[in-house]
Design a protein around this ligand. Sequence first.
Ligand code: GSH
Length: 302
Amino acid sequence: MTDLILHHYDASPFTQRVLRMLGIKGLEWRSVTTPMMPPKDDLLALTGGYRGTPVLQIGADVYIDSQRIARELETRYPQPSLFPDGNAGITYAAVKWADAFFRAGLHMAIGATSTLWPAEFRQDRQGLFPDIDFDGVDLAHARSQMLAHAGFIEQQLADGRAFLSGGAPGLIDIHAWTVPWFTRASVPGVNELFAPFTRMQAWEERVAALGEGRRVECTASAAFESARASRPLACSVSGHEAETLQAGRLVEVTPDDTRRGAVRGRLVALDWNEIGVAREHAQCGAVVVHFPRLGYRVTPLD
Ligand SMILES: N[C@@H](CCC(=O)N[C@@H](CS)C(=O)NCC(=O)O)C(=O)O
């Protein structure tokens, strides 16, 4: 039975990113479906407070955020690579471009459809994105941003290449693809907006066809059992911040963009793009929760 356990719901564009990574690598994985909004007691028992999706669990190691998950999958399963052109650094950095594209799509979705969402869900999402005025979205601007981002994709495909970095699919395709994926399906006007981008549309189909590897359904209690039966991998604290963020310090890790929840634990892993905290819960036992540095704030508490 595979050790890869994804805690997620399929409607999430960030989940879709990870599914396509699993597709490129052809991996078997276990699926634990989480609710789209609280209460999410099982997920919080595992993460210690992070409510977002997706979360990848491998034994007693818990990986937060699609970018951290990409790094772990690439390390453990290097072939086929998520970087077929070898450009790993710039591709990881492009997550911030993909997030800007996502934000444009999110603004369009909120402006065009959020008054139709169930009141409880709308209220939850307002709390999650406190920087967005749900009643005052500038739709014309959001459309212009969507067009600009989609235009870059069309331009990149202009020489007839199958994928953004050449003939093989990679993380850059996954980053870019989730926005057309979720907006075409749910936001009125997007198909018309993207109509001139015919190369992009054909590319979207190729990325969708990467699939999701092999999904095996799983329960939260089986996932807890897998954590309890395992020990976290050895990790280390390194880098110049070791002077202020020493191993063993109690820290809080919080996403710096949306309110997906804070996690407290003892610092066990640190470098320029890694934070790992050790924590325990009766259901999962001792785990290490790993975050990327990009997009996450670490605050010492002792
Ligand atoms: N940077 C994160 C973003 C994850 C994210 O914002 N996911 C959304 C779903 S698309 C979420 O967590 N929403 C709140 C929830 O599911 O409770 C990642 O790449 O994983």
